[in-house]
Ligand binder design. Structure first.
Ligand SMILES: Nc1ncnc2c1ncn2[C@@H]1O[C@H](COP(=O)(O)OP(=O)(O)OP(=O)(O)O)[C@@H](O)[C@H]1O
Ligand SMILES: [Mg+2]
Length: 495
């Protein structure tokens, strides 16, 4: 199948997102769709997926004009769409989610649960996915949710699959699994549009790329002819720096220490400490327990034993409110579920962590919030409309920046960032790294949880590597490298 999008234009109010974009995709191709946060990637794909109407332009399938005014029409034409923000219903089991909107029915017209179950089992087997289709989606880790979505797309026997940042919440092992699926599909002549900010992935899996900037398609070609640095430059319009960021610095006293922290299901006997001005990374593979560990330090996950100290004094954190009062901030992973409140606007989302601090007799000091946010907005180079626009009107990466702004406004002593650059473009990543380094200079103790070894190596002074709930080892300083990290993350010993 061949898809052609010609002269596509799309504006939201005065924001001309797509000015005149033409894009082609053939079956058997994996094409990267690249561009900065807010460049219009999801918008272009939403048009192809029948989610959004275009203002002008045309779509052709195998040379014939096509009109997609609903997602159903696009699906019927053989296009499957894995959205940037996942579309699963937590309260239903996996096998029912697999058939949302195209439920199988029995002859009598009731839901054919048995067949939906067995079909799901079949596709999981084919895709080498080890999951019980009866599990409720709410009990799945985000990465498994992503995998369920991918399997669902596979199941529709689509000729074209749009993957909008499918790997942001996956660990390396799962990414490999998704890539294996993609290669298999490519061989079956399925065309894939792959959106990602991880340019090394693009080089690894795609054969073609297109880059959007300022509403236009500014560059396209064969992946074999370019490097990640080239792609980064096409995206932002200038060379993105690659030099090391870390420098010698004087660390302050110990701010946070945990001794023997244990939680029945997630982690055990964890010991570590972080000093003022220090940036400590924590990494590992799926099931390493790092998010649960730091959620418990933030009062959001149960601890069964162990002690925690802040500035040398023992504390028992029972709630997130108490954690915030003690000066701990935690930016959670999985923005859609844990970090943004969809029904609130941008400024509300950005200030909610500081409402108690800047309120008097139950009245929120809006002016104060706006002042604080103005600074973050500039430092993070947020691309947005009005402060009172809905958070969901922002592109994925810009939503992430708002969430970061919220925790920066809380003025913490200990800042825990769980996957802070999720869905953030190459240029903006550097902005966020600069902010992390600046905060460390201001003597904040910073913990960065990340699955991306290059990120850990780039910003952290040292890193703890976890394996099945235990700190397996530590890497530090200029000799940190991906190989040692991976070795520890898979249960190897320190060298
Ligand atoms: N429903 C909407 N209402 C208003 N503006 C919108 C809406 N959807 C998208 N936009 C705007 O369109 C622009 C492009 O957004 P889009 O989501 O396509 O970006 P993107 O390239 O996918 O970015 P990211 O990498 O951050 O996901 C942004 O400026 C965004 O704020
Ligand atoms: Mg997007």
């Amino acid at each position: 199948m061949k898809i052609e999008m010609k002269g596509i234009r799309k504006s939201f109010g005065s924001n001309d997102v797509l000015k005149n974009v033409s894009f082609t995709l053939q079956g058997g191709e994996i094409c990267a769709l690249l561009g900065e946060n807010g460049a219009g990637k999801s918008t272009l794909m939403n048009i192809l997926g029948g989610v959004l109407p275009m203002d002008s332009g045309a779509i052709y399938i195998d040379g014939k004009p096509a009109e997609f005014s609903t997602p159903g029409q696009s699906q019927a034409a053989g296009i499957a769409f894995i959205h940037q923000e996942l579309n699963l219903i937590n309260d239903l089991p996996i096998y029912e989610n697999m058939f949302l909107g195209r439920e199988l029915k029995t002859k009598r017209g009731s839901l054919d649960l048995e067949r939906m179950f067995s079909e799901t089992e079949k596709i999981f087997k084919e895709m080498n996915v080890n999951l019980d289709p009866r599990m409720h989606v709410r009990d799945l880790d985000a990465s498994y949710k992503q995998i369920v979505e991918i399997c669902r797309a596979m199941m529709t026997k689509a000729s074209i699959i749009i993957m909008d940042e499918p790997t942001t919440s996956l660990t390396d092992q799962e990414i490999e699994r998704v890539f294996a699926m993609m290669k298999m599909l490519k061989e079956r002549n399925v065309g894939i549009i792959f959106i990602s900010h991880k340019l090394n992935e693009v080089i690894q899996i795609c054969n073609r790329y297109v880059v959007l900037r300022d509403g236009n398609l500014v560059s396209e070609g064969e992946v074999k002819d370019v490097t990640t640095n080239d792609l980064a430059r096409y995206m932002v319009g200038f060379d993105v720096r690659t030099e090391p960021l870390l420098r010698e610095k004087k660390l302050g006293p110990e701010v946070l220490r945990v001794d023997g922290l244990t939680s029945k299901h997630a982690f055990r006997d964890v010991h570590f400490s972080v000093r003022a001005g220090e940036i400590v990374g924590v990494t590992g593979l799926l099931g390493d327990g790092r998010s649960e560990l730091f959620q418990s330090i933030f009062g959001a996950y149960e601890v069964t034993s162990g002690k925690m100290f802040l500035n040398g004094k023992e504390v028992v954190i029972k709630s997130t409110n108490q954690a915030i009062k003690e000066g701990i901030a935690y930016l959670p992973r999985n923005r859609k579920e844990n970090a943004i409140i969809k029904d609130m606007n941008i400024i509300e989302n950005a200030s909610i962590a500081t409402w108690p601090r800047f309120s008097k007799r139950g009245k929120i000091n809006e002016k104060k919030h706006r002042e604080i946010f103005a600074e973050q907005r500039q430092a993070l180079r947020l691309k947005m409309g009005e402060l009172t626009d809905s958070i969901t009107s922002l592109s994925g990466g810009n939503q992430q920046k708002v969430v970061l702004a919220k925790w920066l406004a809380a003025n913490p002593k200990v800042l825990i960032l769980d996957n802070p650059t999720q869905g953030v473009d190459v240029g903006a990543k550097e902005d966020i790294y600069d902010i992390i380094l600046k905060l460390a200079d201001e003597n904040i103790a910073i913990i960065v949880l990340s699955s991306e070894a290059p990120e850990i190596i780039r910003v952290c002074d040292r890193a703890l590597v976890m394996y099945h709930g235990v700190i397996q080892g530590e890497v530090a300083g200029a000799t940190m490298n991906e190989h040692d990290i991976m070795n520890l993350a898979t249960g190897g010993e320190s060298t």
